[in-house]
Design a protein around this ligand. Structure first.
Ligand code: GDG
Length: 461
């Protein structure tokens, strides 16, 4: 309890995200959200509230831990909420819908009820921890109804929301049976942030078509480019990168890094790589592709199918093109330590980032940050990543549905002279230093803080 201390001038910050990391010293916090918030959190009192990641059938009050001015409050979910709210509605329905994959949606009314119930439960558990002048920032598609649930419980503080994933055009969003109630849930927030201008336009248009008054604005998320660059330089001399260098010989490394998710276009990328080996024979035995794809949401059916597809494609490519002393492709479906990944990014001559749809895609920005500016590698980037808005000038842009386009971009990247590589990289490096994680967090909060809480649109909805 900080009641005996002097209140800081800035209002307390309350972050709500589906997953809250186990409490650690702040300087050890990793991951996109944590990095983005670190700057905003620094020097101000913060409460970080959300799911512990655990299931238990007799759910108790939140577990609260305070480290300096950061308090973690974590609640468990019931097993049935993990199935219905998390695996079902959030990841089996909203995730594909928001990524324009209506055909992959699995809709069940029971999941919808579980989604509402989990958000009500979060609101009930958070309510007693709140103070009237808090600045509340809710994150991502799991928690869209939380703002309305807090309003219904009388919360009048400013509440902002950030959607980390895309928002589809109305004609697709309307496929969701609950589309009206979700749009009204968005309207309970004082400010809704999305990644790109296109997402803002889509959400805005959906709200207007359905009579929900929203205040939507694009806040593109970034990384800590200097921090990641330093990690990459440190890793260069480390054991993992040295082993990789030894195994490559003088072959060029082509790198992919993604959670194993169907939005990331991993099979499409492998078909593009296969086409490179087929059409551009001069690269055979001169390149090696590493795809890091840690299994994610492994309990959800669509993700199990994707894993089988990856294994099959990788086996097919290696079987078709391997030589006695060379395999063209390595895949790793475990998580790799962050420093090692940074080192691999620095080593890779080409990064292949080919999502079919992605809110931003931080890997693209991390790859740029990790390069040696004297002799940088080339980013091959899908036009359907949010990051394309900022990186199109320097990256080789592709439509991931066209394997020949990926193969041609790879060939161009592998042959690209150093001068062109440097020019392209400089444009991208400037972009990732403009829209950083810190800039994202501070500008969202500054805009939220400026708003008059009384204005909030549909407070009693
Ligand atoms: C969502 C949106 C948006 C990956 N494999 C390993 C590993 N990673 C790290 C990457 C990167 C992060 O995970 C992934 O971030 P992305 O942005 O690429 O993608 P999502 O996870 O889908 O994130 C996305 C983001 O939210 C932020 O708003 O950009 O569009 O979908 O940092 O490096 N890290 C470690 N081992 C791995 O094997 N340590």
């Amino acid at each position: 309890g900080g009641s005996s201390r002097v209140m800081p001038a800035a209002p307390r910050l309350v972050i709500v995200s589906n997953r809250v990391p186990a409490p650690k010293e702040r300087q050890q916090l990793a991951g996109g959200l944590a990095v983005g918030l670190a700057e905003a959190i620094a020097g101000r009192e913060t409460l970080w509230f959300g799911w512990s990641g655990d299931a238990s059938d007799n759910v108790a009050a939140p577990q609260i831990t305070t480290i300096e001015n950061l308090t973690f409050a974590r609640v468990d979910l019931t097993r049935s909420q993990v199935k219905g709210f998390y695996e079902g509605y959030s990841n089996g329905l909203l995730w594909p819908l928001m990524h324009y994959r209506v055909g992959l949606m699995e809709y069940r009314r029971a999941d919808r009820e579980s989604y509402e119930e989990a958000n009500e439960r979060f609101a009930d558990a958070l309510l007693p921890l709140l103070r009237p002048d808090d600045l509340i920032w809710v994150h991502d598609y799991h928690l869209i109804p939380l703002g309305a649930a807090l309003r219904a419980r009388g919360v009048r503080a400013r509440i902002g929301f950030f959607l980390h994933i895309p928002f589809p055009p109305l004609a697709l969003f309307e496929a969701l049976p609950d589309c009206d109630s979700l749009l009204h849930d968005f309207a309970a927030y004082d400010l809704v942030g999305v990644q790109t201008r296109q997402d803002a336009d889509h959400l805005d248009a959906a709200g207007r078509a359905r009579g929900a008054r929203l205040r939507v604005q694009a806040f593109p998320i970034g990384i800590d480019p200097d921090g990641f660059a330093a990690q990459a330089r440190r890793a260069e001399a480390g054991r993992d990168v040295r082993r990789m260098v030894d195994s490559l010989g003088d072959r060029a490394l082509i790198l992919g890094i993604d959670r194993l998710d169907y939005s990331k276009g991993i099979p499409e990328r492998l078909r593009g790589y296969e086409r490179l080996l087929q059409r551009f024979e001069q690269h055979r035995n001169k390149v090696m592709m590493l795809q890091v794809a840690p299994v994610s949401r492994g309990e959800v059916a669509q993700y199990k199918a994707l894993r089988r597809q990856l294994d099959e494609l990788a086996g097919h490519i290696n079987g078709s093109y391997a030589e006695f002393d060379w395999s063209p492709l390595r895949t790793i479906t475990r998580s790799v330590p962050r420093g090692t990944l940074a080192g691999f990014c620095r080593l890779a001559r080409v990064a292949l980032v080919t999502p079919l749809r992605d809110g931003m895609n931080l890997v693209a920005k991390e790859y740029v940050a990790a390069q040696n500016g004297e002799d940088p590698g080339v980013l091959v980037l899908s036009r359907f990543a949010g990051a394309a808005d900022e990186l199109a000038e320097g990256a080789l842009m592709v439509n991931p549905h066209d394997p020949d386009a990926i193969a041609e971009a790879l060939d161009q990247a592998l042959r690209m002279p150093r001068g062109e590589r440097r020019r392209r990289w400089q444009a991208m490096d400037a972009a990732i230093h403009t829209a950083t994680a810190a800039q994202w967090g501070t500008s969202f909060l500054a805009d939220l803080e400026r708003l008059d809480p009384q204005e909030n649109a549909e407070a009693d909805h």
